[in-house]
Design a protein around this ligand. Structure first.
Ligand code: SF4
Length: 260
């Protein structure tokens, strides 16, 4: 587990890494490319997966250009990989934290085996002192798992959907689940698409960061529309720092439902 500068969480935990969604603006893929791979016996570095499935019980090491050898954070690059040896990490931290689960993956992507998800959820249940924030671009998977009674209904399990535009998919399958919406990066005016956020307790909004060619800078009116819709359903609004130049420092909202 690592401390994070993601503003709505204290820590990230990545027992599964890698994702196949292929978003153009993905920072995780860039990081996995830069820091991924493992040492082969002949001293070279590869991301080739020699296993039938990308599941590792022990870390693989990678030797950096500085000569230092460390456990590789992304041994098979951005290929979805279960790192069993990280599953117990939350249990070793007694102080309660808000943990962004699988910040370097989409744990609920269609390609993720259900038993991987179950292992991660079980590991969360084994360390109930923490709050777990899940985030997916495939919220239908929440609904499928919920129908199978595999998704814990607990106050400290928060199920988020990521949308960036009007065609984004939200999870609203069950009012009994603790859900939130992450609109990051905000790529268009969602006003007509979302309207209101019934059921979601929290709306996170952020602008695209980095210097990608074609980067989209949101308009203040787009943010205002989201806030208006959130206020109708009393959802908390959390604006990421990336919005400061757009809405102005004095208009930033940093609400979290568990702090209200
Ligand atoms: S869903 Fe997230 S991790 Fe996956 S490609 Fe898109 S930005 Fe990257």
């Amino acid at each position: 587990m690592n401390k994070t500068d993601i503003e709505w969480a204290d820590m990230t935990w990545n027992p599964v890494v890698g994702c196949k969604h292929g978003c153009e603006y993905c920072y995780a893929r860039r990081i996995a490319k830069r820091f991924g791979g493992y040492d082969k016996a002949d001293g070279t570095i590869t991301t080739h997966n020699p296993l039938p499935r990308a599941e590792l019980h022990q870390p693989l090491t990678i030797t950096r250009s500085s000569g230092k050898t460390v456990n590789s954070p992304f041994p098979f690059g951005f290929e979805p990989t279960l790192l069993y040896y990280r599953l117990e990490e939350p249990q070793h931290i007694k102080k309660p934290h808000t943990i962004f689960v699988c910040s370097m993956a989409d744990l609920f992507g269609n390609w993720v085996p259900t038993n991987w998800i179950k292992l991660v959820l079980d590991a969360c249940e084994a360390a109930p002192q923490h709050r777990y924030m899940f985030l997916t671009k495939n919220p239908e998977r929440y609904a499928q798992l919920d129908r199978l009674a595999l998704l814990p209904h607990k106050d400290n399990f928060c199920y988020g959907s990521t949308v960036t535009g009007k065609d984004g998919r939200r999870f609203n399958g069950s009012v009994l689940l603790n859900t939130f919406l992450s609109i990051e990066p905000l790529h268009e005016n969602l006003d007509a698409g979302l309207g209101s956020f019934g059921g979601d307790r929290l709306i996170i909004i952020g602008a695209e960061t980095g210097n990608r060619a074609g980067k989209i800078i949101p308009e203040k009116a787009w943010v205002d529309n989201i806030c208006e819709a959130a206020d109708i359903t009393h959802a908390a609004v959390f604006m990421k720092d990336s919005l400061k130049p757009i809405v102005g420092k004095g208009n930033m909202r940093r609400e979290l439902p568990w702090e209200r």
